[in-house]
Design a protein around this ligand. Structure first.
Ligand SMILES: [Zn+2]
Length: 232
């Protein structure tokens, strides 16, 4: 079979769902099987998998990730997390992410389906990563107008996204790195998850007195930034 041994990248279509069962580093979408990783395709016992090069490992708590909003439920947003290379290691998203308490954010609709966001993994269980986007650099980094299908521009004065064609305006949780792919890449590469974890523990310790809000209720990215700054 010609697919065996082929080198593939994340998101590459491998076969139909009828041909094989999925196995390592693959996922099904609308009847097709895709690779979720870079690696070599293998087929064994009717199962198709992608074998990652050495050094591949799952994302860990505290890391920054890029992802795409795939579902928008009443209080939860679901995020498909992109794989990422950092320090010669391929990090793989073995599960999806979720953002909870979205209504506690600055805007009622912080993100929409299809938005690409930068977010931090703050927790995980065996099924899902929990993400948040409170830091200034976190939030939507790329978004399209759903009517005109062109990328939205960032009006920095009013901190809104707008469409050059239909002039729709969107109040979202916008990353300070919106549409700056080079800066986003640098941020992902240079981010230090360990340092972030330290801040987080510190802030959490202060939370116990009925003010559950520092991270969850009315904290804007700006406030977060200020808080962490002064604690350095
Ligand atoms: Zn438009």
């Amino acid at each position: 079979m010609e697919i065996i041994g082929k080198i593939v990248i994340p998101g590459e279509r491998l076969s139909t769902e009828e041909e094989f069962a999925t196995s390592d580093n693959t996922f099904i979408e609308e009847g097709s099987i895709y690779s979720s990783s870079t690696g070599k395709v293998d087929v064994k016992g009717g199962k198709i998998s992608v074998i990652s090069p050495k050094g591949a490992r799952p994302f860990k708590k505290g890391m920054l990730v890029l992802g795409k909003i795939t579902d928008d439920l009443r209080s939860v947003l679901f995020v498909k997390i992109e794989n990422q290379d950092k320090d010669n290691i391929s990090y793989k998203a073995l599960k999806n992410g979720k953002i909870i308490n979205k209504h506690s954010m600055e805007t009622d609709k912080p993100f929409e389906i299809g938005d690409i966001i930068l977010a931090r993994i703050i927790d995980e269980d065996k099924n899902i990563y929990e993400l948040n986007t409170y830091e200034p650099e976190c939030g939507v980094v790329y978004s399209k107008c759903h009517t005109c299908n062109i990328p939205l521009s960032h009006d920095k004065d009013y901190n809104v996204l707008y469409c050059d064609i239909c002039h729709a305006r969107k109040h979202k949780k916008i990353s300070t790195l919106y549409n700056d792919m080079k800066a986003i890449e640098e941020k992902l590469l240079n981010d230090k998850p360990e340092e972030h974890e330290r801040h987080r523990r510190f802030n959490r310790a202060e939370e116990g007195h009925g003010r559950q809000g520092r991270y969850d209720r009315h904290d804007s990215g700006r406030q977060y930034h200020r808080n962490t700054r002064y604690r350095d």
